[in-house]
Design a protein. Structure first.
Lengths: 108, 112
């Protein structure tokens, strides 16, 4: 069965302290991996799509990378407004399978 | 840009009552997903539709049913509500299942 595991569950950073979030997956043939940002009480907001190993996508302070077994979301010099839960999801037939998420808190 | 519209945003029901949640996907998106999210949990897949036909079904109770209409909007019907059904319910749509799914703002259902 396809599985998605994210680590760490929670991450506290000081403003400007770069770090990475991990998303490990086991799927029989990756058809797409998505990263989302979710603020409390709101719907997940789409960030990136990755389809093949070696692919990288970048947006402002965020950069997503993909290998055959995992994806990383790198956050460079984060700001307090980057505080949110970051979810990754893989495409399965008829649905997205989500990881448990990483809750990021960036302190000023 | 048009986004996924969900209504109502908030809903309070008593136990054993019925609720209907509505979802209007992004125009030209023919795939709709429904997810349930409890506090501190990741979204749990309920059901999906492709071109108005059910595509896949997750851990959706028999008390719940859903359909997609000719105009592509979807409704999630929930009967005999239980306290444990209190959660955020999200609808998402995509062009196809290999393109990003865009989520609505959700319906917060509270069962009292």
């Amino acid at each position: 069965e396809d599985q998605v595991t994210q680590s760490p569950e929670a991450l506290r950073l000081q403003e400007g302290e770069s770090s990475s979030l991990n998303c490990s997956y086991t799927v029989s043939g990756l058809r797409g991996l998505f990263w989302y940002r979710q603020d409390p009480g709101k719907g997940p907001e789409f960030l990136f799509t990755l389809y093949s190993a070696g692919e990288e996508k970048e947006k402002e302070r965020l950069k997503a990378t993909l290998t055959k077994k995992e994806s990383f979301l790198h956050i460079t010099a984060p700001k307090p407004e980057d505080s949110a839960t970051y979810l990754c999801a893989v495409v399965d037939t008829g649905k997205l399978i989500f990881g448990q998420g990483t809750t990021l808190q960036v302190k000023p | 840009a048009a986004g996924v519209i969900q209504s109502p945003r908030h809903l309070i029901k008593e136990k054993r009552e019925t609720a209907t949640l509505k979802c209007y996907p992004i125009p030209r998106h023919d795939t709709v997903y429904w997810y349930q999210q409890g506090p501190g949990q990741d979204p749990q897949f309920l059901i999906s539709f492709y071109e108005k036909m059910q595509s896949d079904k997750g851990s959706i109770p028999d008390r719940f049913s859903a359909q997609q209409f000719s105009d592509y909007h979807s409704e999630l019907n929930m009967s005999s509500l239980e306290l444990g059904d209190s959660a955020l319910y999200f609808c998402a749509s995509s062009l196809n299942e290999e393109t990003p799914a865009f989520f609505g703002q959700g319906t917060r259902l509270t069962v009292v």
